[in-house]
Design a binder for this molecule. Structure first.
Ligand SMILES: Nc1nc2c(c(=O)[nH]1)N[C@H]1C(S)=C(S)[C@@H](COP(=O)(O)OP(=O)(O)OC[C@H]3O[C@@H](n4cnc5c(N)ncnc54)[C@H](O)[C@@H]3O)O[C@H]1N2
Ligand code: MOO
Ligand code: MG
Length: 637
């Protein structure tokens, strides 16, 4: 099994190699083999199949066992021409491209581009790295030839090329593009000159490591326009995603304890599953060549094979073997007749009529589920029951999972009282710590509940420092808008690199995000708004993805489309997250209605909901019957 059965790979090796003195780059010797072989080795485990796009030396490329495709446009017209050929021959929904001179490409390229393509509903996902220029200013460096594209884009590409245009970036401009930041810029290093080839060939291991830690200002400077007082949801998500880095720490746990944990390393299959060719039916194993073209044939039954009991039986012409489901196919046999399809079963013989069976039917191949040495499950997956079973089927008793993320949280505000305390005049019970507890627990975090912290600089400083020294991330609620008694902001800003945003969204307008430091330790900080619905919305749309990214997990938001059961008022220019009830209409299609009053202090609107209706910036009023995006709260537990 390959990591992504929906994705085919295409190695772009069709260039002229101008900067290398017109040599065929892909075939240049590199670390004991060729450049293209290194790329193939890294790409193949990530995709269902790989093809090579080349315009010369086609027989040499064919030796790598992949289809070799020459440009339809006649050769040397640039990467778009290679892409056109690749898309034309692509047998899957998606095509992943990589150049032939990038021997260090990331092992999770397909997985991360796919997650972004799906979650952003994009046509193309491309890799981006953040690199400091000579002045030390961080620049966003796109790598457009490391791309995941929908195969359905072919007609659009044909039309674009027909205009005479040849620029990859030009074509991407007409598509919905998702960018994925990869931390390791060195993984995208391509080798352009023979000098570089020689230099890397002699160097040991990977090329250089990424540089200095990033600052929020540097990350924000990569946006076209950055205005902390008018941020779009998308820009905020992008800055958070770019700033956060995953924790690099894992532990080995017994298989049962791995449920709901994040896989830290690819599970490589040590065996073929199944380990031998076997029967998918109770019946008779036979030689496909013996099947009659017309009339019927009677075969001699020479023995019986049970599952789990190997046999030395071998069938010659005219012979067959009685076999049970899971029994190893006897030598010479390639087909199984299910017993109920036999025309007659005699004493030591079975009769088969023409047309009931094709040669090869009902045989399961060795390795058809999982091939030895292949990636059975890619790292980053949150392990579900099927995954535990799959790992068990490989005979593995333990598995490497990411260490649990430690998240500290507290509520701020003098008006808050904890459950169990008397509710004084003008006070409210603290509900945010309970919703936060629930959401963090569901995400699989180790939680540290730090209680209620008063609007008081000393108490706030102590709480933030303690959270920072004991946790990977801190989540606070309240005090991030600029009210008179909101000391939270000032203290957060004093302790680190924190931005305070006003977002074009409702609820959840104010948000603080950054990294704070205390006594040599640092922690990511999410200052969520105090209103009880806003805290949840901000958690789901900002903190959740960030925490999952820290955990190294790959789990995009599962959005569905549903029909609005009534008009919904919506102001264009901001994102709105309304609480809804998703159900099935009389026609069997998903439909959604809102849960009454939607004020950001009305927690009942959340409690009664089973989904959120996600209405993006550009959207105006929704009319009854229109389709909207919804985020269901529950999956299959
Ligand atoms: N002049 C403006 N005022 C406000 C703005 C604004 O842009 N301009 N934004 C509003 C929005 S939107 C929100 S949301 C809130 C966020 O304010 P804070 O993050 O500073 O939160 P607080 O002021 O501390 O509390 C807001 C509200 O929520 C209640 N609350 C707080 N914590 C809890 C808790 N743990 N459990 C239950 N309820 C809680 C608190 O009592 C307040 O009623 O600011 C608006 N104002
Ligand atoms: O973030 Mo506030 O709760 O939107 O109203
Ligand atoms: Mg406030």
């Amino acid at each position: 099994m390959s990591a992504n059965s929906k994705v085919s790979g295409l190695i772009l090796a069709g260039g002229r190699g101008t900067r290398m003195g017109r040599v065929d780059k892909g075939l240049q010797p590199f670390r004991g083999t060729t450049l293209v072989a290194h790329v193939l080795q890294r790409l193949a485990p990530q995709v269902a199949s790989v093809a090579i796009n080349a315009n010369r030396n086609l027989p040499q490329y064919a030796e790598y066992g992949c289809p070799v495709l020459g440009d339809e446009l006649g050769g040397f017209e640039g990467p778009l021409a290679g892409l056109q050929t690749g898309l034309r021959h692509c047998g899957t929904e998606l095509l992943l491209t990589a150049p032939c001179d990038s021997p260090f490409l990331p092992p999770d390229l397909a997985q991360r581009l796919l997650a972004a393509l799906q979650s952003q509903d994009a046509d193309v996902a491309v890799a981006v790295t953040l690199e400091a220029d000579e002045q030390g200013v961080v620049q966003r460096q796109p790598h457009p030839v490391f791309a995941l594209l929908k195969a359905s884009l072919l007609p659009q590409l044909d039309a674009y090329l027909a205009t005479g245009a040849r620029r990859l970036e030009g074509w991407y401009k007409s598509l919905r593009l998702a960018e994925v930041v990869f931390e390791d810029a060195a993984a995208f290093r391509n080798i352009n000159t023979l000098g570089e080839l020689q230099q890397f060939d002699q160097a040991n291991g990977q090329p250089g490591q990424p540089g200095q830690p990033l600052t929020l200002a540097a990350v924000a400077s990569c946006l076209d326009a950055y205005d902390p007082d008018a941020m779009s949801v998308r820009d905020a998500q992008r800055i958070i995603g770019d700033f956060i880095t995953p924790i690099q720490s894992f532990e080995k746990v017994a298989l049962r304890s791995a449920l709901d944990r994040v896989l830290a390393q690819d599970v490589i299959s040590p065996i073929n599953v199944p380990a031998y060719d076997n029967s998918a039916m109770d019946g008779y194993a036979l030689r496909g060549a013996d099947l009659p073209k017309e009339g019927s044939v009677t075969l001699e039954v020479i023995g019986i094979v049970y599952a789990g009991r190997p046999t030395a039986l071998a069938c010659g012409p005219g012979q067959c073997v009685r076999i049970m489901t899971g029994g190893a196919m006897p030598e010479g046999c390639d087909t199984v007749l299910p017993q109920e399809l036999a025309a007659a079963i005699g004493d030591g013989s079975v009769t088969i009529a023409a047309g009931v069976l094709k040669a090869g039917d009902n045989r399961r191949f060795k390795g058809e589920d999982l091939a030895e040495g292949g990636v059975a499950i890619a790292r980053g997956k949150v392990l579900r029951p099927a995954d535990l079973g799959l790992i068990a089927s490989l005979g593995l008793a333990e598995v490497a999972v990411q260490r649990r993320l430690r998240v500290a949280f507290f509520s701020t505000g003098d008006e808050l009282r904890s459950v169990g305390e008397t509710l004084d005049t003008g006070c409210v019970y603290d509900s945010n710590r309970y919703t936060l507890f629930g959401m963090l627990q569901r995400l699989g975090c180790d939680v540290i509940d730090m209680g209620i912290v008063k609007d008081d600089t000393v108490a706030l400083e102590a709480a933030l420092r303690s959270g920072c020294e004991n946790a990977d991330a801190i989540i606070t609620s309240g005090g991030v808008s600029d009210g008179a008694a909101d000391y939270t902001r000032a203290m957060m800003a004093r302790l680190g690199d924190v931005a305070f945003w006003k977002l074009n969204m409702r609820p959840g307008r104010p948000l603080a995000f950054g990294k704070i430091n205390s006594n040599g330790r640092s922690a990511w900080l999410f200052g969520l708004p105090g209103n009880p619905v806003a805290v949840m919305v901000s958690f789901y749309f900002f903190a959740r993805a960030a925490l999952l990214h820290m955990m190294g997990a790959n789990a995009p938001l599962p959005l569905l489309r549903a029909r609005a059961q009534a008009n919904i008022r919506k102001r264009p220019g901001r994102s709105e997250f309304q609480r809804g009830v998703l159900s099935t209409g009389t026609d069997g299609a998903p439909q959604v209605r809102l849960t009454g009053a939607q004020g950001s202090g009305i927690l009942r609107s959340m409690s009664e909901a089973n989904c959120m209706v996600v209405l993006r910036d550009e959207q105006g009023n929704v009319a009854e019957g229109d389709m909207v995006d919804v985020l269901p709260f529950e999956g299959l537990l």
